[in-house]
Design a protein around this ligand. Sequence first.
Ligand SMILES: [Zn+2]
Length: 190
Amino acid sequence: MSYKVKIGLSNKHVHLQQEHLEILFGKGYELTHKKPLVQPGQFASEETVDIVGPKKTLKGVRILGPVRPETQVELAMTDARSIGIKAPVRESGKLEGTPGCKIIGPCGEIEIDHGVMVALRHVHLNPQQAIEAGVKDKDIVCLKIDGERGLIFDNVLVRSGDKHEREVHLDTDEGNAAGCGPDAIAEIIK
Ligand SMILES: [Zn+2]
């Protein structure tokens, strides 16, 4: 059975914890909604920060809201390498042992000692969609992408629950490798 999912390409971005947001943007600061994301309740904010590594700075990196329990910087491997950080591939929120960086905002800066990672590619499905696709939360599946640079990605994590909505998340390196445009589709293969 074939189950198809639209691909969302994640550019480099940052999730901030409230105390870090307030150091970078000022006391009591709240993020400004720019655009809702496909995942329920999540949004791209108007605010950006600069991510500083040993070799270089990535300017204007978008903050995604809402605030989270722990600050997390998600980069493609190309981004991480360009600023001199060796970032491991991690599931969101699993930040133990990851490297840190400096983050600069308009009102201040912070030095985090961990939190920089390359996101483990994954597919979001709500519970009903997971049933239709014949998969469950934490399954590992393959994704087939057609086209001129078509390829099959192995080791794709299924993330399913009430707070999820059908969408594949690949980063810019993965999307470019597969030649994905804005309307790219992937097929789940078990
Ligand atoms: Zn995601």
